[in-house]
Ligand binder design. Sequence first.
Ligand code: PRP
Length: 215
Amino acid sequence: MLNIALPKGRLGEKVLELFEAASYTCPSIHEGGRKLVFENVEAGVRYFWVKPSDVAIYVERGTADLGVAGLDIIKESEPDVYELLDLDCGKCRMAVAAPKDFRDDPALPLRVATKFSRIASAYYAKKGRQIDLIHLNGSIELAPILGLSDVIVDIVETGTTLRENDLVILDTIMPISARLIANKSGYKFKTEETKKLCERLSAVLAGRKNEGKRS
Ligand code: PRP
């Protein structure tokens, strides 16, 4: 049985669809309600719905053999796990954004608001720019509007949140997509099952890519 931590929410629904297309179906997970653990013994899977930012913790500690986490979470928490596959969904980017009229004053530390403190710190350290890091937990776009920060480091997907709050992208730090991650010792004990799952997922992804090219 493979224990798989799926990120609860929009991304999780897409990912589940991908796993089911790869034959790892689980009828009971579609019944609705507030249940969090579902299994299909025949398909050899047990799925858990986990808060997206916690998936890597479940996988690193071996509660889940596998999990799906965004590259943003992986880079921010640097879990000791294997990254097996780019699942080509949940695509967005990590970006620096600021109000349209922002002008950087190099004489002062740059006030940076973000949920991604490690990513932001590494980015500015590489640039040699001193920052005043303001760690927030959500609605990051509010910070520069209200004058709490000069810039933000955050996820941009459609760009709507930035646009509607009069913010513009100054730089893209990295492209993001969902990754399949594995617990290191779990991988040793369940190598065959895990490889099979990766092969099947890769086949579905390749098929989708070809369909996309044709249409
Ligand atoms: C994320 C992110 C941006 C928004 C970007 O926030 O932090 O605010 O989505 O998406 P867009 O480019 O399509 O507008 P989320 O919805 O996760 O909520 P949060 O503000 O609580 O982080």
